[in-house]
Write a protein that binds this ligand. Structure first.
Ligand SMILES: *[C@@H]1O[C@H](CO)[C@@H](O)[C@H](O)[C@H]1NC(C)=O
Length: 361
């Protein structure tokens, strides 16, 4: 090895040493700093790699900003935005409950409890009649099979019950793609899970575009669970709100991801129908692609929220539904919800700016 090669090695080695010496660790790393493990990243961040968005492994957000704690909960429910997990139950590695290996794609990778703990406040669940009970399945044609079944709905509902019980000021919304035909099937499983005590009654839901009750009143009354079904008749028969009586919703899947375009799914009234007080925006692929969701959940998502605000008669979304909610290029779905809450609460691009402007008042 010649002198110049040695010199080159020495220089290279010292560059690497300097690099290591200046790199953060031990919970000191900030958003988008390079990291080698979750422990390197500060609170509310974890170490993640998104080849579509950045090189190496970097700290990205893992939790929501709690809008009620940052500001207050004294406004109507429809003045806030909530992170929504699409197919919240279709979780990687969820053990087979039928003894038969599952053959279906997943949409999330955290447990329901982790989703809620990290700030998801609306969960999309697909409910089916199966084995004489209500199950959550990622299936087709309204029929659950052993190979498309995740598990009995009660297991998931009990996790939600535990969260509501441990977090007495939080509100959870369930949006059901509902295939349950059994008479009072849903009512029974909600009762068995202990969730009825949190039930927000249909009679208190605004029917003609009025504001929702105040979050503070919903909390005070302990009516902290909103449930919407896709089966219209259940509003009369079981007191379960028919989703599109209260909400407009854009097209889901690839058709809902075309930049610059935002229109209603066919079951929903048009997005600009203001007789529905809530706005739900879906932004996820028809067939989930885990390694692309970090890109989907970042800049493109916020661009779509802007497009959909325009399509919804200048109404910012209340619910934003994504796959693999924690995957991002930095702020991801959490930043998107901070953006929406900023718009909804003070006309700013980030809810944190609302705090500054209220201090200046
Ligand atoms: C709660 O926050 C909103 C948005 O910043 C503000 O308009 C309202 O005055 C606040 N209410 C109270 C009671 O502080």
């Amino acid at each position: 090895m010649g002198f110049s090669q040695n010199l080159f090695l020495i220089i290279t080695a010292s560059v690497i040493l300097v690099d290591v010496a200046t790199a953060c660790s031990n919970g000191q790393c900030k958003i988008l700093d390079e990291c080698s493990s979750n422990q390197d990243c500060g609170a509310g961040l974890y170490c993640f790699s998104c080849p579509a968005g950045f090189s190496g492994s970097r700290c990205v957000r893992s939790t929501i900003t709690n809008q009620f704690k940052l500001l207050n909960n004294s406004l109507p429910f429809n003045k806030y935005a909530f992170l929504t997990t699409h197919n919240a139950f279709a979780i990687d590695g969820y053990p087979s409950h039928t003894g038969i290996p599952r053959v279906t794609v997943t949409n999330q990778e955290d447990s329901i409890t982790e989703q809620l703990d990290n700030g998801a406040r609306a969960l999309m669940l697909d409910t089916y009649d199966f084995h004489g009970d209500v199950w959550l399945c990622h299936s087709f044609k309204g029929q659950c099979y052993d190979f498309t079944a995740f598990g009995p709905a009660i297991d998931t509902l009990k996790e939600i019950e535990a969260f509501l019980s441990a977090n007495p000021t939080e509100i959870v919304t369930l949006i059901l793609e509902d295939y349950v035909q059994a008479l009072n099937g849903l009512t029974k499983v909600f009762a068995d899970s202990g969730l009825m005590k949190y039930w927000f009654p249909v009679s208190k839901m605004p029917k003609n575009g009025q504001d929702w009750p105040l979050v503070s009143d919903m909390v005070q009354n302990n009516q902290r669970l909103l449930v919407f079904t896709s089966i219209q008749s259940k509003e009369a028969s079981e007191g379960i709100a028919y989703q599109w009586n209260y909400m407009v919703e854009n097209q889901y899947g690839n058709d809902g991801m075309r930049a610059g375009s935002c229109h209603n799914r066919k079951e929903s009234p048009p997005l600009d129908d203001k007789s529905r007080s809530l706005v739900l925006i879906n932004y996820f692929r028809s067939i989930s692609k885990k390694e692309l969701s970090c890109e989907d959940n970042s800049k493109n998502l916020i661009n779509m929220l802007r497009t959909c605000d325009g399509a919804a008669a200048s109404r910012w979304a209340n619910f934003v539904a994504v796959n693999y909610y924690k995957r991002s290029e930095g702020g991801g779905s959490f930043q998107a919800v901070d953006f929406l809450n900023g718009k909804l609460l003070c006309g700013c691009d980030d809810i944190h700016a609302c705090v500054v402007s209220s201090n200046e008042d």
